[in-house]
Design a protein around this ligand. Structure first.
Ligand code: SAH
Ligand code: SF4
Length: 352
């Protein structure tokens, strides 16, 4: 729009038309003079929702989509009806179900991608196998949400929609586009920032910028290990930024009332799931000195990823050990494992 010499307020008007009224044609942007609409349309610009190219449906109701990017490459997005959006135990009362809804779902969580592939190379994650293919634009990130809301006729003003930026990619390595998408989603698309959570593998410069944002999602940190030695083995990014450096950066994020930082912890059988390691996690969380909780995720398998699932008792024991020492800990239910939609499984598998 800068090339058209348009003032800022014209851009705002376009954003409102695209992401609020959801116009499907530039000519429908009625807040613009007709001449301007014609000129921009004639230059080849078009608007509209990205297309869902393929849908995979899980036995548990989860759906995974391949959504067309601007260059025809696809991005992955997941719809989780009744998904808890990491809300459990955050004191917001979001766990209760609404009995009024006539739909199959009374609330839902959309898991959004920020990049195609990922450069971070966590050893347990299937997305890592792709390497980084490219960043998504702000429009492609917000567009995933627009496409999925439309498919389910969901309206954030009426329905309880949570967003988690936990799909493919590292949001804080695509910081500007990611935050621009957040502003579109929280602004004209009217999804409260308090219903959004972004997860990072611990990109310290990103966390520092995030600390200065006025509008921002809740923060989750992929901790995944009790100490730097174990974390370096499974998350090479630890060599760049240690756990202590990540925690120091997080401490600078001004939390809202009752807000807690989530530490995600993927349990890998025999690697990080021993009770003594839970004790180390307790120490880390205490030393952090900000309100926090731990979300435990049993590792989801993927082809060519050399780890083992933890046994069920092991998961329960780990959780109990954290809780007994006063650390709030929740076990995340895997969603859509059968269609490769669960955490760490997004890699365009199963497509024709
Ligand atoms: N790149 C960001 C966000 C996407 S990953 C990040 O890593 O935080 C979302 C979560 O899924 C992370 O906490 C990650 O540790 C976890 N994860 C990755 N692979 C997994 C797997 N195979 N099983 C279970 N969780 C996994
Ligand atoms: Fe990237 Fe997150 Fe997977 Fe690590 S866990 S490779 S940061 S998507």
């Amino acid at each position: 729009m800068a090339e058209f010499g348009l003032p800022k307020y014209r851009v705002r008007q376009l954003e409102t038309a695209m992401y609020g009224q959801k116009v499907a044609d530039i000519r429908e942007v009625t807040t613009w003079p007709k001449e301007l609409r014609e000129r921009v349309a004639a230059a080849g610009f078009c608007v509209g929702r990205p297309e869902i190219v393929e849908t995979f449906r899980s036995v548990d109701g989860t759906e995974r989509y391949l959504i067309a990017g601007n260059d025809g490459k696809t991005v992955e997005t997941v719809w989780m009806p009744e998904g808890d959006g990491g809300e459990s135990g955050d004191g917001s009362g979001e766990d209760e179900e609404s009995s009024e809804s006539k739909k199959e779902w009374s609330r839902a969580t959309i898991c959004v991608s920020s990049q195609i592939g990922c450069a971070v190379n966590c050893q347990f994650c299937l997305t890592a196998k792709l390497g980084i293919i490219r960043n998504l634009t702000a429009g492609e990130i917000a567009g995933q949400v627009a496409a999925v809301l439309k498919k389910h006729e969901a309206e954030p003003g009426r329905d309880r929609i949570n967003l988690v930026f936990m799909g493919m990619g590292e949001p804080f390595l695509n910081y500007d586009a990611f935050m621009a998408a957040v502003r579109l989603l929280a602004g004209p698309m009217e999804i409260p920032e308090s219903r959004m959570t972004v997860s990072t593998s611990g990109i310290v410069p990103g966390i520092l910028r995030f600390a200065g944002e006025k509008v921002r999602p809740k923060l989750a940190i992929s901790l995944n290990a009790p100490n730097d030695a174990v974390r370096e083995e499974i998350m090479p990014v630890t060599r760049k930024w240690s756990i202590a450096e990540v925690i120091d950066a997080v401490r600078l994020v001004p939390l809202r009332p009752r807000e807690r930082v989530t530490f995600e912890y993927v349990l890998l059988g025999g690697v990080n799931d021993r009770v003594e390691q839970a004790d180390e996690v307790v120490k880390l969380v205490r030393r952090a000195q900000f309100p926090a909780k731990v979300n435990l995720i049993a590792w989801n398998p993927g082809p060519g990823v050399p780890f083992a699932m933890p046994d069920a008792e092991g998961v329960a024991r780990f959780q109990e050990r954290l809780r007994a020492q006063g650390v709030p800990a929740f076990v995340r239910r895997p969603r859509g494992r059968d269609i490769y939609a669960a955490c760490g499984q997004l890699k365009k598998t199963g497509s024709g």
